[in-house]
Ligand binder design. Sequence first.
Ligand SMILES: Cc1ncc(C[n+]2csc(CCOP(=O)(O)OP(=O)(O)O)c2C)c(N)n1
Ligand SMILES: [Mg+2]
Length: 796
Amino acid sequence: MTEKMASEAASKSPLSPELLAKMDAYWRAANYLSVGQIYLKDNPLLERPLTLDDVKPRLLGHWGTTPGLNFLYVHWNRLIRERNLNMMYIIGPGHGGPGIVANTYLEGSYSEIYPHIELNKDGIKRLFRQFSWPYGIPSHVAPETPGSIHEGGELGYSLVHAYGAAFDNPDLIVACVVGDGEAETGPLATSWHGNKFLNPLTDGAVLPILHLNGYKIANPTILARIPHAELESLMRGYGYEPFTLEGDDPAVMHQQAAAVFDIMLDRIAAIQKAAREEGSTDRPAWPMLIMRTPKGWTGPKFVDGKPVEGTWRAHQVPLSEIFEKPEHLHMLDEWMRSYKPEELFNEKGHFREDLAEIAPKGKLRMGMNAHANGGLLLKPLKVPNFRDFAVKIEGRGQADVETTRVLGRLLHGVMEANKDQKNFRVFGPDETASNRLQDVITGTGKAWMAETLPVDENLSETGHVMEVLSEHMCQGWYEGYLLTGRHGFFSCYEAFIHIIDSMANQHAKWLKVTRGIPWRKPIASLNYLLSSLVWRQDHNGFSHQDPGFIDHLMNKKADVVRIYLPPDANTLLSVGDHCLRSRNYINLIVAGKQPAPQWLTIDEAIAHCTIGLGVWPWASNDEGNPDVVMACCGDVPTMETLAAVCTLREKVPDLRIRVVNVVDLMALQPTSEHPHGLPDEEFDQLFPVGTPVVFAFHGYPWLIHRLTYRRHNHDNIHVRGYKEEGTTTTPFDMCVLNNIDRFQLALDAIKRVPRLKPLAPAAEQWYSEAIQRHKLYVAENGDDLPEIKDWRWPKN
Ligand SMILES: Cc1ncc(C[n+]2csc(CCOP(=O)(O)OP(=O)(O)O)c2C)c(N)n1
Ligand SMILES: [Mg+2]
């Protein structure tokens, strides 16, 4: 904001004295209810002096950020009412939970959703008591909080969620509070760039508010300790028009906040008008607010002789020794009475009507905004018949196909089918084409509001493929988009998806908790495609080799997570179709992008994926009584297993081999552990007790043990997988380095089948020679042996 504008805002007094008084009283009510939640279990209206019996035994929660959040909520309420806005909130410092709970209570949405928290004295008492109470509500803004799509427990994702919510929601304004500590996180620091992807014509608006209360838990914040001009330049550099609101005198601050918000909302309206009515295609400088107010505003100024308000000491519970120090109890009493509760609530505990009336009504209340309960707005995704994209199988394993490219065609079909309802986006950190999904870009293009040059391809202001080199942004946008009732797909290099491990955790937690909240309607699943896999890193090496995201997700609740490793294109299509249609899960699909042999017809693929694992009869000769089960999961392990089977056929023609392929990793678990789990009897039929199993797995081998340890035949399951051996080398050498190659698998089978014991020494000899030959050839020629590279499953 220029100095001229600042003084213009300061000189304006948009609030009448009555409205100002009401807004201030409303704010006091929210602050009162916030403090009450942190401290009290009784005496909710302070009808008598506080005693220790009124105070919770464990004082848990965060005061510092809360009064600032409450201040903003009251001002947003005015904007919503006066301008009839469709506005939702996102609170970065989600630890300010009591404030948002207080506000949704005051506006009435809380009691509508939770009728036992009545709008009276009993209700207030319950509201206080439940907060941070065992089996009550969490101390943070959470899935339980009306109007929230954001937890805020783990800092850093508010702004990226806000942009995700705003995409394709042209009528929505997402008011987003960014904590000044939160602003130091990597994800938040890059989230500002969301404005290079937000189109004022077709998307909604994000209203970022940097909550510059100066402190984190125990330290000052960087942005509060740089010159103001430098901070403004930073925001300008990010492409925003910064406005500032600074002070601590409530009366002055209300008037200034109203003035500055009026200007900012006018700016948003003007930007949208220019794009929507005047045909402007410029990237606008959207307004953002720097709000510099004291941490713990209106709370105790000094405690035990030390400054609290306006310092880091206000972060959590400013008076924490209530039970040890009588003066603390007295100060709490004084502090709560400073909000004049008797002027705010009548003796029955009803919020004063003339104050309640300044909140928006009905669906305009932020606690009731349907976008924040995305399942309410969810329109089913239109998915074309995936069979139309099937790869024709003319001989098993004969055609080399880039598996993910086939999925890209399906995704393109999905993009086209949902063009009109604009509710599907594909996210990726600059890897959509690299992962061979480029067909999805055709037609829609990649979203881009920044400058373009003739050399650029497929950039579009209305693109629905989102590419930015930040896995955090991809994940965060996608979450925001999903949680507001839309659909999407995220493709990423397998090794680098770990960057968002923690965000995936948080989303899994969100999904788990919402299962128990009936008013939260199911949302579309979060779908990951991991490609550029550990086994095929042609340009890259060790840095790009890590299949551990599977293990990471395995730790999540079984009813939230699904993990699929389709071995070829037709199984990938079937899995992809299933995932795109599913609800409330995190689906992980792991599939390679390099040309690879194709095994199953589309009908076989569908049947195979429906059960999740099964015998491949065309590759087996066990006649119902195998000597060995050769199991495989993942595309490269499947190929190595089948090559090993060919070798075994040559070496030990009478060996009865059963090939079992696993697509749905969760099917390996007992039914007691996962809904996809195969019943023990069926598992025992596939893997008969006493029969050795040589299992080739895409990821870390111990995971298969973890999944099958309760199975009757577990002692006979011998797993090969990635064991952290990697470098820039040939595809087959990667397998050799990790002992998952065809020679090793064949040797394993011979060594594990008791009746083949006598063959073991010769087999060892053969194995060493084969590996030696491979090593020498690779070292000399820089490529795999022709018989390895050109290996094909024999034509029947
Ligand atoms: C990613 C992450 N790291 C650390 C924390 C622990 N933590 C909770 S609150 C907080 C300080 C937050 O400061 P700020 O964003 O300025 O919020 P406010 O001052 O408004 O409370 C920290 C470090 C966290 N919640 N998330
Ligand atoms: Mg702060």
